[in-house]
Design a protein around this ligand. Structure first.
Ligand SMILES: [Zn+2]
Ligand SMILES: [Zn+2]
Length: 175
């Protein structure tokens, strides 16, 4: 959904509130696409006293379904988006948040693309690690069984070849 900011610009610092829907059914991160499990409309509030800047706050919650890093079971990952940006329009039409080097990519003229904005915030807030539970056991390296569902009985003790050399040295000393 695109919303026009032209109606909230240059209003003598009078605050305007509005909501907009997230239409995307999935969001991409690092080349993977994750379905939206839950979403709610984005609540915006805008304050502007010139035609070139607006302070815009946005708030929403959504959840993406992301596979667990260890066992690939789907995990619902919550995103609590709560931003407060001052956007500035430069003479050539590019829009920046304060001193950011990169112009924002979700505004064209005075139109804000809500999905592109949310996508940007998801990229910023995406967790480094997604686990179904803190102590997820993942897959057996031998048979591939999901170890959260029970022990498969495989022998997974893999010796590091460098360690066995050291062990051999110790053995020689013992002799
Ligand atoms: Zn897991
Ligand atoms: Zn196994």
């Amino acid at each position: 959904m695109r919303i026009s900011l032209s109606g909230v610009m240059n209003l003598n610092s009078e605050s305007r509130e509005f909501t907009a829907d997230v239409e995307a059914e999935s969001f991409a991160y690092m080349g993977e696409s994750y379905p939206v499990a839950k979403k709610e409309p984005v609540r915006f509030s805008a304050v502007s006293d010139t035609a070139k800047t607006v302070r815009i706050k946005a708030q929403t919650k959504l959840e993406l379904t992301v596979p667990c890093d260890r066992c690939l079971e789907p995990v619902s990952v919550p995103f609590d988006i709560d931003t407060d940006y001052v956007l500035t329009w430069e003479d050539d039409g590019t829009v920046r948040i304060r001193d950011d080097e990169e112009p924002v990519n979700y505004i064209d003229g005075y139109e804000l693309d809500v999905d592109a904005f949310i996508s940007e915030e998801i990229m910023i807030g995406f967790p480094m690690k997604v686990l179904c539970t803190e102590d997820c056991k993942g897959f057996c390296s031998v048979c591939g069984a999901n170890l959260n569902r029970g022990e498969c009985g495989c022998d997974r003790t893999v010796l590091d070849p460098r360690m066995s050399i050291i062990r051999d040295l110790f053995r020689q000393k013992e002799v």
